[in-house]
Design a binder for this molecule. Structure first.
Ligand SMILES: NC(=O)c1ccc[n+]([C@@H]2O[C@H](COP(=O)([O-])OP(=O)(O)OC[C@H]3O[C@@H](n4cnc5c(N)ncnc54)[C@H](OP(=O)(O)O)[C@@H]3O)[C@@H](O)[C@H]2O)c1
Length: 276
């Protein structure tokens, strides 16, 4: 395989799929991970030998190890895009702890698992790591506590990896998008409705207004968010420029929120509905 190669997790839809298309367009060979057989078939049909599709749930140790093994057999890896992720909305007071753990497992531990699995190949090529964070890793609001915990955690994980891998010449970058129009808003809403159906009645009365606002925000983001290609272009830039920045914000809303995140705490929390 002559082309430089990049692994993209969660390539079946949204930002991951757009990133895969963009990297193929730029001439990379893409290792694309997906969970379902039908997505594997669809992507293979679209791109033929320019991509290699691997089945991987990032919470499945065996599947992650297999990804590391397959990539290692083909030599160095020039980039890893830790993109796979999901959103599980529910009030922290009532979210079942198994669901909270699942959120962290997918969005945080899963990113580390894949990184560990392919690091030998990244070292070989002095490759780069791009972690897909969120503006929700700087500012937290109600109902998405599990998601925020995972993304705030990803900031710490990314910063430590950046420090640990600098001596090896491996740059580690955090891309932080604002609202992007992808299926995450509908799948997230579906998870939320499923959880709400099982919550005690008092949960609904305590949190009715916040739940309603979260539903409306999600519907708006699904409609008015930037296209996933806007993030794909930034990820490709982070992988290809000579000196990548440590962090890239994507979208005007993310830029504005990053300013709010730097305000004095009282003001900042008043604006983000966490009053004290
Ligand atoms: N959309 C936004 O507004 C936004 C904003 C900021 C950050 N982000 C971040 O961007 C990343 C991609 O999200 P997206 O918006 O593109 O959502 P998406 O279209 O729903 O894509 C999520 C991808 O992650 C995969 N995935 C979910 N759980 C997985 C697991 N356990 N193991 C492996 N893959 C898994 C999905 O696979 P399946 O198709 O099999 O479910 C899908 O390929 C996430 O990390 C998200 O937090 C999104």
């Amino acid at each position: 395989m002559g082309a430089r190669s990049v692994l993209v997790t969660g390539a079946s839809s949204g930002i991951g799929e757009a990133t895969m298309h963009e990297l193929v367009r730029l001439g990379f060979h893409v290792w694309a991970t997906v969970r379902r057989a039908q997505d594997a078939d669809r992507l293979s049909e679209q791109h033929g030998e320019r991509i290699t599709v691997l089945r991987c749930d990032v919470t499945d140790a065996e599947q992650v190890a297999n990804v590391g093994e397959q990539v290692r057999r083909r030599g160095g890896l020039h980039g890893l895009v830790n993109n796979a992720g999901t959103a599980i909305p529910a009030p922290l007071e009532f979210i079942p702890l198994d669901e909270f753990r699942r959120q962290l497992d997918i969005n945080l531990t899963g990113q580390l698992a894949v990184t560990q699995a392919v690091l030998p190949s990244l070292r070989e090529a002095r490759g780069r790591v791009v972690n897909v964070g969120s503006i929700g890793d700087r500012i937290a609001g109600p109902m998405l506590g599990a998601y925020h915990a995972s993304k705030f955690g990803l900031v710490g994980l990314t910063d430590t990896l950046r420090a640990e891998l600098a001596p090896a010449g491996i740059a580690v970058v955090l891309v932080e998008p604002g609202a992007i129009a992808t299926p995450i808003w509908t799948t997230g809403a579906a998870s939320g409705e499923r959880l709400l159906a099982d919550l005690p009645r008092e949960a609904l009365s305590h949190y009715a207004a916040q739940i309603d606002r979260t539903r409306k925000d999600a519907a708006r983001a699904a409609k008015r968010g930037l296209p996933p290609s806007a993030v794909a272009v930034v990820i490709a830039k982070a992988l290809t420029v000579k000196n990548p920045r440590p962090r890239y914000l994507v979208g005007r809303d993310a830029q504005i929120a990053s300013v709010v995140a730097r305000l004095p705490y009282r003001l900042r929390y008043r604006l983000t509905a966490a009053r004290q």
